[in-house]
Design a protein around this ligand. Structure first.
Ligand code: MG
Length: 445
């Protein structure tokens, strides 16, 4: 029995009015009239408007004016994502239906046989997010509506307070709180050392090499003093966060997580590295410090056990590194069932399209925890219009269809890879330098 006959019968029984039946039939006719868009072209936009290298994938369909953008930014190896898209995904995708997002994600994911690496996951993410953009533009809705609609009005964010001295961090935190933020990440430098997320003072450190120095015990002593000062000067109400950035040994992390428990952090981030995630079990057994982890994750083998066994409190994946929106909405759903909240990684080396994917997940997932705040300087806004907006510590999604972001491709060309914001050639081609202990031992970044 066809849909029209069913509607006629429903109208006859009074289940729907004749007017409602006619309206539903009109929608059904319009839907049938829409052919499935096919992928006609896949392009890569490589741009560094803030000196940070961004990779955005543009998927073009065979329907007039229907295209979408996705973030595939892996800034430290950005130029490798470009051929991964152009030489491998593009020929694979041409002619395929653009409206079968999960199916295409599975096809791309399996097409390399070996999988779960950062370059290929970012390439897949660029296409995946572009397909969600296309579907939103087709529907005339922002992507958050396609995913079920808002669970909240905006995403509560934290901002970064840092300094070489403890008092500088306290002052910086006060300024952030005055701007409306209720959550502040605090990081302080160690005199003469290359602490994470904080400046280095001019003090000379004795060492056996010429690289920057980091000593874990010096860092932990200093961080504990910072937390004590922040609680004393900023009070109990502000939520404090801290990022270890995987720079200490696993057993040091067990002790440090216990030592910071009394400061009631919102979360302690990356106390161990992805290679040491088994240690979370020991940390969990010994203290109630909330734990955030996942910024460096690429593989289900990393996040699944931590979420399944409730060994962390916040899953903190870099969405493009996991392969885009499609896998991350599943990770969020699994996390919700296990009582784990989301805290998607949101640094400057994510494109505005990627930040829209972050805030979209923030809005639609009941188990949202917190979002890292972001600002978009003038050169970024010159290339990307429709960036999400920060207001009083909240991040608001663009309300236009899809991601609501348009890329000015001519402006993007003004900011090529390889130069910083002053046009100077970058020595490490976007990669990170090395940090060593006093004796020369490399430490994780
Ligand atoms: Mg981090």
């Amino acid at each position: 029995m066809n849909r029209r006959r069913l509607l006629q019968m429903a109208a006859a029984t009074g289940a729907v009015t004749a007017r409602e039946a006619a309206a539903q039939e009109k929608v059904a006719r319009a839907t049938r009239a829409l052919p499935s868009p096919r992928i006609k072209d896949v392009q890569v936009i490589a741009t560094a408007p803030q000196g940070l290298r961004l990779v955005v994938v543009k998927v073009v369909t065979d329907q007039d004016g229907l295209y979408g953008y996705g973030c595939g930014t892996y800034t430290q190896r950005a130029d490798l994502v470009v051929p991964a898209v152009e030489r491998y995904l593009k020929p694979f995708l041409l002619g395929k239906p653009a409206d079968r997002i999960d199916d295409l994600w599975q096809a791309m994911y399996n097409s390399s046989y070996w999988r779960n690496g950062p370059v290929l996951n970012n390439a897949i993410s660029g296409v995946d997010q572009a397909l969600w953009d296309i579907k939103g533009r087709q529907a005339g809705m922002p992507v958050y509506q396609l995913l079920g609609g808002k669970c909240r009005e905006a995403a509560d964010c934290y901002s970064h307070a840092s300094g070489t001295e403890i008092q500088q961090v306290v002052d910086s935190a006060r300024q952030i709180m005055a701007r409306g933020f209720r959550h502040v990440r605090i990081q302080v430098g160690v005199p003469g050392q290359a602490g994470y997320g904080a400046g280095r003072s001019d003090v000379t450190v004795e060492k056996l090499h010429n690289a920057p120095v980091f000593e874990p015990e010096d860092y932990m002593r200093r961080a504990l003093k910072l937390m004590e000062a922040c609680r004393k000067e900023l009070g109990d109400e502000v939520e404090l966060l801290h990022d270890v950035h995987e720079r200490i040994s696993p057993i040091q992390a067990v002790r440090f997580a216990k030592d910071v428990e009394k400061f009631r952090l919102f979360f302690l981030e990356d106390p161990v590295s992805p290679e040491d995630i088994e240690w979370f079990r020991l940390i969990r057994q010994q203290c109630a410090t909330p734990l955030a982890m996942g910024e460096l994750f690429n593989s289900p083998h990393e996040w699944t056990p931590l979420i399944r066994d409730r060994l962390i409190d916040f899953i903190r994946i870099h969405v493009t590194q996991a392969g885009g929106l499609t896998p991350c909405r599943k990770i969020a759903a699994m996390s919700e069932l296990m009582g784990v909240k989301t805290a998607w990684h949101g640094p400057g080396d994510v494109s505005p399209v990627g930040h829209m994917a972050n805030v979209t997940l923030d809005l639609v997932c009941h188990n949202f925890g917190i979002q890292e705040s972001v600002s978009f300087p003038a050169p970024v806004r010159e290339v990307f219009s429709g960036c999400p907006e920060m207001k009083n510590g909240y991040l608001y999604a663009n309300e236009a269809p899809g991601w609501g972001i348009e890329v000015n491709e001519a402006a993007a060309k003004k900011y090529p890879f390889g130069a910083n914001e002053r046009g100077e050639r970058q020595q490490l081609n976007g990669g990170w330098g090395e940090v060593r202990r006093r004796d020369g031992t490399i430490i994780k970044q």
